[in-house]
Design a protein around this ligand. Structure first.
Ligand SMILES: Cc1cc2nc3c(=O)[nH]c(=O)nc-3n(C[C@H](O)[C@H](O)[C@H](O)COP(=O)(O)OP(=O)(O)OC[C@H]3O[C@@H](n4cnc5c(N)ncnc54)[C@H](O)[C@@H]3O)c2cc1C
Length: 445
């Protein structure tokens, strides 16, 4: 089973990268000797760019099969790398083509418009939208802060801008269809056209058809519980009696339709167990949107797209260590409640680090599970002082090997702030836990 999974992963990875070979074959069949000529190179780069951009559009459409195979976050990250590679190939395509076609015409202008759009979207995504190591550089951090604070460009505005990639893809498809090497041959027209239709079709399904389906099976808020100043729990049930199906530890995309929240879509982990009649999300107030949620009225309609994610430990096997930082407790709430409900006795240690007692919103619930299950050990870590520094100190190799101690063969699941994850990962590796046995869930893509 694991072998099959690995094979499937490699198979689709290489398909995504090597698929341009198919159109290249039909463009150069019988003419392979010309392949390295700069004119042909321009064409090859253009074909690769076309395939990569369209593949990036396809795989970003939350296809459940890829989500299960790789994990949602990895698919999103891969789509980013693929789009960046596509943009570089497109730039090389433009460079070589300009040698032979310096004049502008409609077909060239459409291509340039598509490329400009792609570059703008990629620049905005990397510089402002998606958290990445570049943001540690001061000038880039300053640009990000300027757009967020001064221009007040929030994530939903950026997401809307990101959708211009669909328009850019349509322009790119028109550019390729109008190009004489494509237009003069029906097989080439067919391949490039079908590829384009598949990508735009997948995008339209993702953006519109899926929305209609989720609207038909919407949820309704039944209870809003303020757990403390900054954490709110929303309880929901299906309006038409549909049961929601999820594995403990998974998340979904939620649109809470209300005057206050509009119709923005945000990802949240489902903190209730799968067998529960209601679906619960536990939300920390971290920004504009999440700060409004404790004022949501009961009865509000919620569109739910999910479940997604592979942060779902098996119910049996080697001992597991769960490490949660702050609101990163949510997947573990679902997993531990579920295991408790089905009397699963896999050996578990939960280490939950929070700033203070107030933040330990579910401490009683977890302590109750620990009282009845001798295989479950709950270690709350209340740091009180500077959160990050203390977490780094606590989660060092000394703590993990002596105070806990962590068995070398255990499986580890981490959900919490990035710095905590990195230091825990480093400490775990230093005491001999294999990288392959460390799983983590990020609360940002
Ligand atoms: C897989 C996953 C599971 C999550 N589970 C939980 C949970 O159980 N509880 C919880 O409190 N939080 C969870 N989050 C985080 C939650 O989605 C963000 O805190 C929330 O969207 C922030 O929105 P905001 O407008 O209030 O804050 P902002 O200040 O606007 O955003 C803060 C950060 O949240 C991310 N973000 C904002 N809007 C979106 C969006 N529409 N889509 C994707 N990312 C966005 C961005 O990285 C942004 O930098 C989860 C996130 C992910 C990716």
């Amino acid at each position: 089973m694991r072998m099959m999974r690995r094979l499937s992963r490699n198979f689709w990875f290489f398909i995504a990268l090597l698929c341009p070979v198919i159109p290249i074959h039909f463009f150069f069949e019988g003419n392979w000797y010309s392949l390295l000529h700069s004119y042909s190179l321009g064409m090859v780069f253009g074909i690769i760019s076309y395939c990569y951009f369209l593949n990036a559009l396809i795989i970003s459409a939350r296809i459940p099969y890829f989500d299960r195979l790789y994990g949602h976050d990895k698919v999103i990250i891969f789509h980013g790398y693929l789009a960046t590679a596509a943009a570089l190939f497109a730039a090389a395509h433009l460079y070589f083509k300009r040698i032979y076609f310096p004049e502008n015409n409609l077909q060239i202008n459409v291509g340039i418009a598509a490329l400009s759009l792609f570059f703008s979207v990629i620049a905005v995504t990397v510089l402002i939208m998606v958290n990445n190591p570049l943001h540690r550089l001061k000038p880039i951090a300053a640009i990000k802060t300027f757009f967020h604070r001064t221009i007040k460009l929030d994530y939903s505005g950026l997401k809307l801008f990101h959708n211009l990639t669909a328009l850019a893809s349509v322009l790119m498809i028109i550019h390729v269809m109008m190009a004489s090497p494509t237009a003069e041959n029906n097989t080439r027209l067919g391949i490039m056209g079908l590829w384009g239709i598949a990508a735009i079709g997948t995008y339209l399904y993702h953006k519109f058809i899926r929305l209609i389906v989720t609207a038909a099976r919407s949820l309704q808020v039944t209870r809003v519980v303020s757990l403390n100043d900054s954490v709110t729990e929303l309880h929901m049930c299906r309006t038409k009696g549909f049961k929601t199906k999820h594995k403990a530890g998974q998340f979904g995309y939620f649109r809470i339709l209300s005057k206050m929240c509009g119709s923005e879509e945000h990802p949240f982990t489902i903190s209730s167990p799968p067998e529960s009649n209601e679906l619960v999300i536990t939300i920390k107030n971290l920004g504009d949107y999440t700060s409004k949620l404790n004022n949501i009225e009961t009865g509000a309609k919620v569109l739910y797209d999910g479940p997604y994610g592979t942060f779902t430990p098996a119910e049996s096997g080697a001992p597991v260590l769960f490490i949660a930082g702050g609101i990163g407790i949510t997947p573990f709430l679902s997993i531990l409640s579920h295991w408790n409900n089905v009397s699963n006795r896999r050996e578990v240690t939960l280490l939950w680090s929070a700033r203070n007692e107030e933040e330990m919103t579910h401490k009683n619930q977890l302590e109750k599970i620990a009282e009845t299950n001798p295989n479950f050990r709950f270690i709350p870590l209340v740091t009180n002082r500077d959160h990050t520094i203390l977490q780094r100190q606590l989660l060092d190799s000394n703590f993990l090997s002596h105070s806990l101690p962590v068995p070398e063969k255990c499986r580890v699941y981490i959900c919490g702030p990035e710095l905590m994850r990195l230091s825990a990962e480093k400490a775990l590796k230093s005491i001999g836990v294999k990288r392959a046995h460390i799983n983590f869930e990020k609360f940002s893509f």
